[in-house]
Design a protein around this ligand. Sequence first.
Ligand code: ATP
Ligand code: MG
Length: 436
Amino acid sequence: MKLSRYFLPTLREDPADAQVLSHKLMLRSGMIHPTCHGIYSWLPLGLKVLAKLERIIADEQDKAGCHRILMPTIQPATLWRDSGRYDDYGKEMLRIKDRHGRDMLYSPTHEEVATDIMRQFLKSYKQMPLNVYQIGWKFRDEIRPRFGVMRGREFLMKDGYSFDVTKDAAVAAYKKVVISYLKTFERMGLKAIPIRADSGAIGGDLSHEFHVVADTGESEIFYDCEYDALSANTMSFDDIERIYSAADDKHDPANCQIPTEKLRTARGIEVGHVFYFGTKYSKAMGLSVVGRDGEAIFPEMGSYGIGVSRLVAAIIEANHDKNGIVWPASVAPFKFGIITASWQDPSIVDIAEDLYQKMITRNVEVVYDDREERAGVKFADMDLIGIPFQIVLGAKCNDGIFEWKDRRTGERMDLTLEALFNKVDENDDCKNFVKR
Ligand code: ATP
Ligand code: MG
């Protein structure tokens, strides 16, 4: 992408109405635009990041054996009357009527729709285990939308629903999702702490929240420093049960068994929430199947959510410096940036154009700042939008020398074209995605 042709409405000044850093940076870097209170449009740069998160999430869900579907944003109230939640859900639900006067609603969550699909499709125990998920927009008329997309009214969620024959199988499905979530967050460059939680309005007896450590988190979290050392690829559910973590008033200093020097206290942003709730919805909505001995059984269910749009803000909260966003390479809107020290020097511009074309031919995600702007402005914008690897073309590029800059470490080095392409290949993780 050439910046001169890109729709990137960056702001020089901090927007007055943004309180937290991620919100400021998302507005300043032209990622989102407020359409009204708690409702945002996603502009090209923001949408690219959102798509990266979707891709990682979908990849890990597929690996965990889940099936992607897409459910509607508008639902009939009848489904919620079946489950018994229509009157309980309260003012967060946006209730609307269609032209025939039927009660409809904008989906705050999809347990009812998923159960409704399965009550028509699931007939036998043989069709389970089954886990379906979607990545779709939700609406909750939050009492206090704030911090930009962190707590919006309309937001993107990955939500999954599992159906199993027995409680043991359902708990196994639940554990599998928990581990896949840890891998998902780790691939986004995040450390997410799983914390045992109340299952709240959904009801049931097993629930975990996933919190990303960041100063602006809404919750206070407490955890054993052992989490900092563990990798999601080797962690088991037993580790999670064994290692201490708690949020807010669930932490009781009197009963906390771990030594104080191992206890970490931090603010946490909730980026995921999973529930096992048994037969609550299958019973209420009449989802039953034929069991092994011909008996009728109600599937055991769980539901699993990731706040996809909130994650964009959470990643920024956890990855920024005084100059702007510092994207982890796996989620960066563009992995590489090209900057010319002077747009007025035709030989440098020719070399930049050539480099850009070569990178495009190799399918590399690159943004080339070809604007007729001072170098200082370009450096500042490239840092603001957080491009992980920046290639600077100064006078030396006439002799075949390019400057490579690492956004996170600030490290710079001079490279020949060949060495430059070796670095590009090394840092281009597109090849890590298996083509499906
Ligand atoms: P919270 O306590 O933050 O309101 P929740 O428990 O109501 O979250 P769930 O119903 O479990 O949320 O939804 C799953 C995930 O969706 C949450 O973990 C969170 O990351 C995200 N989410 C929930 N509400 C919002 C919102 N208003 N804006 C953005 N993301 C949200
Ligand atoms: Mg909520």
